[in-house]
Design a protein around this ligand. Structure first.
Ligand SMILES: *Cc1c(COP(=O)(O)O)cnc(C)c1O
Length: 392
């Protein structure tokens, strides 16, 4: 992967016509280390967030050796890097073929489920293996999350209690897990999830080997400024301290966004300006999916190339390159008032849910990926980041 000192240097040298994607390894290292030092348990990186090889290798080199996967392809990606890395298959709905392949070909032992039907599938597909670690996923409120997962996954408390009893007699180790939804804007959601788990433990009198608090840890966007990551960890520690058990369950988390979001930027070029609308060369069928219906507002920075730019920032909305009207990003994205055709714009916080969403739709696909060494536009971890949007 070719390396540049900064996004500006990259643009100066390449003058790219296609969208370009940048990876900052240092940012991945900072976030990975932060979690390993401060989270009170084990870290599983959620592979779907950014499965690029260089990203995964950087995470591994930073000390994270276990991965939350949801498909056999993701397992293969991890095992190709190092067959000794551990994969936990935390999708609650899997095909029998995928369960079989994961267990027999790749030695995966950790599976999650939220129905009795799935439990039967797992048991039958592994020929009733005796070395399974099964996680019952409990549905919890996703009220503080930008992206709600609670309607698709999770068992209600009453169902979870029945499942836990069944899992207890059918697996080596048992876990209880939840997911507060992605980009969770309030630590209290984790406290509520843990209290749900405590409730299940009290009522079933079954002590799990693992409590998995899932992902959902936030990053920082111009309009979504969370409390510090420490306050999320404090909330989790405080809630867990209410659990008075002789044998303490092992705590697990599955962060995705919080580990990699800051590490990635997409550099786009303006093809046309129509008043406050910018037609750019990447969109919702490229790396900017979350800017579409989920309406994530990425931090923006006009790369000046020495041009004098207006100090006045105004709001723009973005249109992507394809012919589809869904290829639209409402923003508002703040940029200097005199932005014009052929300008380059850096869009930040795209290390999570960026690269992985690209499609070939309409013939627009860019695989131009480079490493850069400058700071991200915004950061929860790094005080040197420009964080210019915090004043806005
Ligand atoms: C997507 C996902 C994650 C990661 O979520 P983030 O919000 O990116 O931290 C973790 N666990 C599971 C089961 C997921 O589906």
């Amino acid at each position: 992967m070719k390396k540049f000192k900064s996004v500006d240097e990259l643009i100066g040298q390449l003058q790219p016509d296609k969208p370009v994607y940048c990876i900052r390894k240092r940012s991945i290292q900072v976030a990975s280390k932060f979690f390993q030092e401060k989270f009170p348990g084990k870290i599983l990186y959620a592979v779907k967030t950014n499965p690029h090889k260089e990203v995964l290798k950087t995470i591994i080199q930073s000390g994270i050796k276990q991965f939350d996967v949801a498909s056999v392809e993701e397992i293969k990606t991890i095992k190709q890097i190092d067959p000794n890395l551990n994969c936990s298959y935390m999708h609650t709905v899997k095909s029998r073929e995928n369960i079989r392949e994961a267990y027999f070909n790749y030695g995966v032992k950790d599976f999650s489920l939220d129905t009795k039907e799935e439990l039967i599938k797992i048991l039958e597909s592994t020929n009733h293996a005796k070395d399974l670690n099964l996680f019952v996923r409990v549905a919890v409120s996703n009220e503080h999350a930008e992206i709600d997962l609670s309607k698709k996954f999770g068992a209600l408390t009453s169902e979870a209690m029945g499942l836990l009893r069944l899992v207890k007699v059918n697996s080596k180790k048992i876990g209880l897990s939840f997911h507060v939804g992605s980009q969770c804007m309030h630590p209290i959601s984790y406290a509520k999830g843990i209290s749900e788990i405590v409730n299940i433990i009290k009522r079933t009198k079954i002590i799990p080997d693992y409590i998995n608090v899932g992902g959902g840890f936030p990053t920082i966007y111009p309009d979504l400024v969370p409390q510090s990551m420490e306050s999320y960890f404090e909330e989790i520690k405080n809630s867990l301290s209410k659990l008075k058990l002789e044998k303490k369950p092992e705590i697990i988390c599955e962060p995705g966004r919080a580990i990699v979001a800051e590490s990635g930027s997409t550099i786009v070029k303006v093809n046309l300006r129509k008043k406050q609308k910018l037609y750019i060369n990447d969109g919702t069928y490229g790396t900017l999916f979350d800017g579409g219906v989920p309406n994530i507002v990425y931090p923006t920075r006009l790369v000046t190339n020495g041009r004098i730019i207006s100090k006045k920032l105004t709001s723009f909305d973005f249109y992507g390159p394809t012919c589809d009207s869904m290829d639209y990003m409402k923003g508002p994205f703040l940029l200097p008032n005199n932005v014009k055709e052929n300008d380059y714009i850096e869009l930040g916080q795209l290390g999570a849910y960026g690269l992985t969403f690209r499609t070939q739709f309409n013939g627009f696909f860019s695989n131009e990926i480079y490493e850069v060494e400058d700071n991200p536009i915004m950061s929860l971890y790094n005080q040197d980041a420009k964080n210019q949007f915090l004043v806005a």
